[in-house]
Write a protein that binds this ligand. Structure first.
Ligand SMILES: Cc1cc2nc3c(=O)[nH]c(=O)nc-3n(C[C@H](O)[C@H](O)[C@H](O)COP(=O)(O)O)c2cc1C
Ligand code: SF4
Length: 626
């Protein structure tokens, strides 16, 4: 027993020391501990209970919440196929099946020799280069039958990932259209310089005494005020979906009282079909971190977090390097760019495969090392966020845009886009088009324009802003993407005439049922009921009665769900019923209610196995018994 504990102490102690035995870092500790064996050993949990002074139930409760934290041994090679609708359209399930049969393993199980496990996971944020998979947290895209055959061979030969062909791990930015943000050629530090200059000018004007404010504790506040005014003037709105005014958010947080203020960048990017934050962090990280630093300057924060989704683990080292460089260049740390009274640091926390952690209050819970359960709101994070202190949570693109505002001024920014939707928006374009990738436009672009630019032909529908967003049919392609018409967090999935929109909606509701955090009953049960209803329709047991049930379920979920996931879960079904009814009608074989359970179908496998594959035989048998 003592030996076993020692074995775990050897790798856990350095992690615990680095994390200062801080229970708020529990998720990060578990994630790092898991890298040792590929799962968290039961004895390791005992050791963590002891060292963190936490009950076992709490550690197991947190670990079991996240789909990328494992409490049981996994294969040496952990393969997860991305299962967004765009991966499906590119044949991910056939590829997975082929890999399972080549390597003699069942989906969802670990092979008997412990070599590998294969399963599906929600969208990995690679829809422009799918079908995609994660293998031991590393992304491999552009899967083809040939690539799968090679991967199966490499696994069979136990070749370490580090010796696999380098081209397997290439992830393209795929930027197809740049506008003010992606085309800005941003220089690290320039937005901060602009903010400081503006602040100096404002204080000089106010006091006519440029030296006095350097020792005045309120001076930093006054200087930062100029940046806040610029952000408000820009009319910048959050890019995470809801479109809340960024200036107001920063102001609320700045005015809230607390022991400390925090800045959090939401890089959870879990909405299927969205991958623009991946590109911003890969190639525009300075712009994002600088936006966070500007926010810290305004709200008076000393500490910030980048919450990076577990699927983007491969970017961790390069992002740490950017942070290190920013430290060396005095763009982070104490005395930023010579301003002795301004100190700010950014820490990266990794998520672990839970879509709900993109919801800002669930994200904060997760940052605090807990299960990602959304909090009651109000109070909102701006007054009661990380460790119950005032916290700004904003999307990656919002922070990058804030850098641009500081650099070029609020009036310039507000002059781009539309009256209520200033600036530009980055779209993640995927699906049936010739050029999937990243497209940046001023707000107000029409759906038709984006379709023309990405080479979409015979388009039947576009799903904007992911499963929880809006499904647009061809007669609406002249509509505009902005906060007045179609708001979006970024996803733009294209479906041509060959696609069955019922199956699209079915994939989305399965996603919601899978990702419901289970905290509130209406959503936990309602999303499962909804996906069962869609399966029932798919199996030809639906009737018009099911549509009535779906509408009832929608009003229940809308009114009773604790957070946005439950409230929007029925959207994909309702939108596609309204716009693509024939795809549903062709499945209605019953006029009256039909039960989901079909005895004949349930028995068919048993009949096949016993060689009595004579459908209807059981009916004759029961007739005889009368
Ligand atoms: C279920 C759910 C998932 C969400 N996922 C994300 C996400 O991945 N990224 C994000 O920025 N916002 C996400 N949001 C919105 C956040 O709660 C929050 O509004 C946003 O991070 C605020 O940033 P913004 O002001 O820059 O838009 C999600 C919301 C819900 C309800
Ligand atoms: S609505 Fe769903 S995801 Fe949101 S808290 Fe309730 S169970 Fe969790």
């Amino acid at each position: 027993m003592a030996n076993q504990i020692n074995e775990h102490a050897a790798y856990l102690d350095p992690i615990l020391i680095r994390r200062q035995h801080n229970p708020n870092d529990l998720l990060q500790i578990l994630r790092e501990a898991q890298e040792h064996f590929g799962y968290i050993h039961a004895d390791a949990i005992d050791y963590l209970c002891l060292k963190l002074n936490l009950p076992r139930s709490e550690i197991e409760g947190v670990a079991s919440f996240y789909s990328f934290i494992y409490l049981r041994p996994q294969g040496e090679y952990r393969v997860l196929f991305s299962d967004n609708i765009t991966d499906r359209m590119l044949g991910n399930l056939d590829l997975m099946q082929s890999m399972c049969s080549q390597l003699w393993v069942e989906q969802g199980k670990v092979s008997e020799d412990g070599l590998l496990s294969i399963n599906t996971t929600s969208c990995t944020g690679m829809c422009d280069q799918g079908p995609a998979m994660l293998i031991n947290n590393i992304a491999i895209n552009h899967l083809s039958q040939q690539r799968i055959n090679t991967i199966a061979g490499l696994i069979r030969e136990r070749v370490p990932l580090s010796s696999w062909p380098a081209e397997f791990f290439v992830i393209d930015d795929n930027i197809k259209r740049k506008d003010i943000l992606l085309g800005s050629n941003f220089q690290a530090g320039s937005a901060l310089q602009a903010a400081f200059k503006r602040g100096e000018e404002a204080t000089q004007l106010a006091s006519k005494n440029s030296m006095a404010h350097m020792v005045d504790p309120a001076a930093l506040d006054r200087r930062a005020d100029a940046t806040l005014q610029e952000i408000k003037l820009s009319k910048l709105r959050g890019r995470g979906g809801a479109g809340f005014s960024t200036g107001m958010k920063w102001e609320f947080c700045r005015n809230a009282t607390g022991d400390a203020h925090y800045v959090v960048c939401n890089a959870d990017e879990g909405e299927p079909g969205t991958f623009k934050d991946r590109v911003l962090l890969n190639s525009y990280a300075d712009m994002v971190f600088e936006g966070m630093t500007l926010c810290a300057y305004v709200v008076g924060a000393k500490k910030g977090f980048l919450y990076l989704r577990g699927e983007y683990r491969y970017m961790l080292d390069q992002l740490q390097d950017v942070l290190k460089r920013r430290h060396e260049n005095k763009l982070l740390g104490k005395g930023i760019l010579g301003h002795a009274d301004f100190e700010f640091d950014i820490e990266i926390h990794l998520g672990a495969g839970a879509y709900i952690c993109g919801e800002e209050s669930a994200l904060i819970e997760s940052l605090e090392g807990k299960r990602g359960t959304p909090r009651n709101r109000p109070p909102f994070p701006v007054t009661c966020g990380y460790l119950n202190q005032p916290t700004v949570v904003s999307n990656v693109e919002t922070f990058a845009s804030a850098s641009l505002v500081s650099l070029h001024g609020g009036a310039w920014y507000a002059s781009i886009g539309t009256e209520n939707s200033s600036g530009s928006k980055i779209f993640s374009v995927s699906g049936d088009c010739e050029h999937p990738g990243i497209y940046e436009y001023p707000f107000g672009v029409t759906v038709a324009q984006v379709l023309a630019d990405c080479g979409a032909k015979n388009t039947q529908a576009v799903q904007i802003s992911g499963p929880s967003g809006t499904c647009i049919a061809a007669n609406e392609f002249n509509r505009r993407v902005d906060f007045d018409d179609i708001p979006t967090a970024g996803a733009f999935m294209v479906f041509d005439q060959s696609r069955d929109m019922f199956e699209v909606a079915r994939n989305f509701v399965h996603f919601f049922a899978h990702e419901s955090c289970g905290f509130c009953t209406p959503c936990r049960v309602g999303t499962s009921l909804l996906s069962n209803m869609m399966d029932k329709l798919a199996h030809g047991q639906g009737s018009p009665y099911d549509f009535v049930e779906i509408e009832k379920l929608d009003s229940l979920l809308q009114s009773m769900s604790h957070c946005g996931l439950g409230r929007t879960a029925c959207n994909p079904v309702l939108h596609t019923i309204a716009k693509f009814r024939p795809d549903y009608d062709k499945r209605l074989t019953h006029k009256e209610f039909a039960p989901a359970f079909d005895l004949d179908r349930a028995l068919s496998q048993a009949r096949q196995m016993t060689g009595r594959d004579d459908a209807g035989a059981h009916l004759e048998a029961s007739d005889e018994s009368k």
